[in-house]
Design a protein around this ligand. Structure first.
Ligand code: AHM
Ligand code: MG
Length: 300
């Protein structure tokens, strides 16, 4: 069975990028261990003023330290850190964006959560998704899986009992599908989002939403449909972040033959103005995104 390293070699990835992806993948084991030792919420809030699980800060500090010490990355921007970290001694120009623990409010309920990573070249994180060299997410579910794109389609690897990632699904393609999940609440949705949801519900779309973006997206990747976190009346940029969530997952979605949108354009075409900026997010099958953009046409 093809291992992650064998895949990266066969894909022709440069050695340092291979090392960086392997290093990130290896952090799933200590993270899984830490779920057991970091269960209680602490009295801290992250830079967005949201309640933060201890596991968020731990995973953030852990990955930042490991990647910082690797000498492989020049910059790192994390959902959990106000400032972009710079590593002047690095011998490589990779720049990493990450959500170290996405869906963290679900840890206490033992539903799946994940780590989202985007890797740019060129030494800076302030780039559009079109420039990504690689994107991946590790999903901590019944299995630990690593869903990866290095710009050559999407491969899913599963960790075996020895900690080795082995190819589980090759060249994933998002089916059209009927599943949907959406953040926000009906009274807070902007009108075009509401119209879109009501239209697909009429057509028999089936709701699937846990509140963990990576887990919910992985279901869409597998069965088709759409994940949405829309603009809300009081929050026109929605909730999720462009760099840490939209861009890496959006890259994977588009590499799997799906599409992404903020209602008007691909998430990968948005040029970030500041690391923590938010964006409405739609990721899913092409037919679903067509309907989203039709609903938003002529607005905003
Ligand atoms: P987090 O990165 O702090 O966990 O927040 C992001 C999460 C997503 O994983 C999820 O899709 C969304 O927030 C759920 O938000 P809501 O509870 O508003 O539906
Ligand atoms: Mg998140």
């Amino acid at each position: 069975m093809t291992t992650l390293r064998e895949y990266l070699e066969s894909a022709g990835c440069e050695a340092a990028l291979q090392d960086l992806i392997m290093l990130i993948g290896r952090q799933a084991a200590p993270i899984r261990e830490a779920f057991i030792t970091h269960q209680a919420y602490v009295d801290t809030e992250n830079v967005f003023g949201e309640q933060q699980a201890a596991m968020d800060t731990w995973a953030d500090a852990w990955i930042t330290r490991v990647l910082g010490e690797s000498g492989l990355i020049r910059e790192l921007a994390s959902e959990e850190q106000e400032e972009v970290s710079v590593f002047p001694d690095s011998t490589h120009e990779y720049a990493v964006v990450m959500d170290p623990m996405d869906g963290s409010s679900l840890i206490q309920t033992n539903l799946s959560v994940g780590t989202i990573i985007g890797i740019f070249g060129g030494g800076t994180v302030m780039q559009s998704g079109r420039n990504l060299k690689a994107a991946l997410y590790m999903l901590y579910g019944p299995m630990t899986t690593l869903t990866l794109s290095v710009g050559q389609g999407v491969q899913v690897f599963a960790m075996d009992k020895d900690g080795e990632y082995r190819l589980l699904h090759q060249d994933m393609k998002i089916p059209e599908g009927k599943n949907y999940g959406t953040g926000g609440t009906r009274p807070t949705w902007v009108a075009p989002h509401r119209a879109f949801i009501e239209a697909i519900e009429e057509e028999g779309a089936k709701i699937r939403y846990t509140g963990s973006f990576v887990a919910d997206f992985h279901q869409i990747l597998t069965y088709g449909g759409i994940y949405c976190y829309p603009a809300l009346n009081e929050k026109p940029k929605g909730k999720l972040r462009l760099l840490y969530e939209a861009i890496p997952v959006g890259f994977i979605a588009e590499q799997a033959g799906g599409r992404t949108s903020d209602g008007h354009q691909s998430l990968l075409d948005i040029v970030p103005e500041e690391p923590h900026q938010r964006t409405p997010i739609y990721v899913g099958s092409p037919g679903m995104i067509r309907k989203v953009e039709a609903a938003f046409e002529g607005t905003g």
